[in-house]
Unconditional design. Structure first.
Length: 218
């Protein structure tokens, strides 16, 4: 049976969450909306359209959605050549590959953004497949991103573990029927990740790597 280690990317493997908070905040400001940064932070991890809907509500002018999303994309794109992997992100993926896990990414990023994230991780040789925003109709917390990642490598849910940093990740993983592991490096509290379905929570990729023998990825 194929064992799949499925990873979220933003805030889990690459240190980007607060860049997203700042650039989304500015995109909303440019469109005339005052959205508190703490609210933006809690929404990071949702796909672009879902994030705008979550923060502005159903009574918003939906004609603005694309413009706000495009503004965020342009603002965030200024950082592509400076994105930094979190501690031991690449070594963690390599170790799991050596241990017989099939490593898959499940992310709401796509295109040039996804390419920049993968350059930062620098472990393409052990990443078997990537389920991006372009591949699914519904993003997290729907299970589709995780389910598609498993389909790409032919792995059953019962042999998979999903690692992420947000409650949206944990909910998506649980709905897909996989075991979930949370990391704190995205800035979401441990209690929130556990309540959303995390079986175990670690500080960051380095902490998970150091604790592998006692983790769901043992």
């Amino acid at each position: 049976m194929t064992r799949a280690a499925v990873f979220d990317v933003d805030g889990t493997l690459v240190d980007t969450n607060h860049l997203h908070v700042t650039t989304w905040w500015e995109a909303f400001r440019q469109a005339g909306h005052r959205v508190p940064m703490h609210a933006v932070h809690r929404a990071v991890g949702l796909g672009s359209g879902d994030l705008v809907a979550h923060l502005l509500g159903d009574d918003r002018d939906k004609d603005e959605d694309a413009r706000i999303g495009d503004a965020h994309k342009a603002l965030y794109g200024q950082y592509f050549d400076r994105l930094a992997a979190l501690r031991d992100a690449g070594p963690l993926l390599r170790r799991l590959h050596e241990d017989g896990w099939t490593v898959v990414l499940a992310t709401s990023a796509s295109g040039a953004e996804l390419s920049a994230l993968r350059r930062a991780i620098d472990a393409d040789d052990v990443i078997a497949a990537t389920a991006s925003a372009d591949d699914v109709e519904e993003g997290k917390p729907a299970p589709e991103p995780v389910e598609h990642a498993l389909e790409l490598v032919g792995a059953p849910a019962e042999g998979a573990v999903f690692v992420g940093d947000t409650v949206w990740d944990m909910r998506a993983g649980r709905r897909a029927g996989v075991r979930c592991v949370g990391v704190l490096c995205g800035g979401i509290p441990r209690s929130d990740l556990l309540e959303a379905g995390a079986e175990a929570v670690y500080d960051d990729p380095a902490d998970l790597l150091a604790s592998l023998s006692g983790s769901p990825l043992a």
